[in-house]
Design a protein around this ligand. Structure first.
Ligand code: ATP
Length: 203
């Protein structure tokens, strides 16, 4: 298997911001949230299984999964959450692998963006290096409250379902401090990109 990076971080840590900078430099970004979204959209590969396991009432008239309804269900029903994950996860992995095989250039490598990478043993084993985008909790809370117009308690609830900052950092091979200003973040991304290219080329 080829060289790959797993990019992760808590909600609002700055994963997308960092991923976009790597993309500009030429890395291939494979975003698992985006893939999950596409799988459950109209004509998505997960739609038939979702209809079969959860019932047609979980599919909107336009053919996409009813996100609100599903969110409500999996929030209150751990079994249903597992069921949905058992449908989505293998498909996500498949799509990720397919996207990665399209990379043929030696001067390119895949970065898988996986919000819950540390929480998933599968993912931790799949990637060669784990890059953590890190900021303190207050920064996370402020950013998500502003961006998603949420109450502090709602953000805390989401954060409670993710591993702690300490645990995430314990798994990190590389760390980007996203409390730094964007120009500093950018130079860190440039430094890491060079390092990753060297590893990708030397194999
Ligand atoms: P999510 O997990 O919710 O998808 P994320 O980890 O992808 O979030 P971003 O969307 O990249 O995080 O960033 C969250 C917010 O913080 C955005 O509004 C972004 O513009 C801002 N942000 C990210 N990095 C910085 C930074 N270094 N300085 C200032 N603002 C930043």
């Amino acid at each position: 298997k080829g060289f790959s990076i797993g990019l992760t971080g808590g909600i609002g840590s700055g994963k997308t911001t960092v991923a976009n900078m790597f993309a500009e430099l030429g890395a291939t970004i494979i975003d698992t949230d985006l893939i999950a979204h596409q799988l459950s959209q109209k004509n998505g590969a997960a739609i038939p299984s979702i209809a079969q396991h959860f019932g047609a009432e979980f599919i909107n008239s336009d053919g996409a999964m009813d996100r609100n309804k599903m969110r409500e269900l999996v929030f209150s029903d751990a079994q249903a959450k597992k069921q949905l994950e058992s449908i989505l996860h293998p498909l996500i992995r498949q799509q990720c692998e397919m996207a990665a095989t399209h990379i043929t250039s030696k001067t390119n490598y895949p970065i898988f963006v996986v919000p819950l990478l540390i929480e998933s043993e599968d993912w931790r084993q799949k990637v060669q290096r784990i890059l953590v985008v890190d900021c303190d909790q207050e920064t996370q809370i402020t950013r998500v409250m502003q961006r998603n117009h949420l109450e502090r308690t709602q953000v805390l609830k989401i954060m409670a379902a993710q591993v702690s900052r300490e645990k995430r950092l314990a798994h990190a091979d590389d760390v980007i401090n996203s409390m730094a200003d964007l120009s500093q973040v950018h130079s860190e991304v440039e430094r890491l990109h060079k390092k990753y290219l060297n590893i990708a080329i030397s194999g």
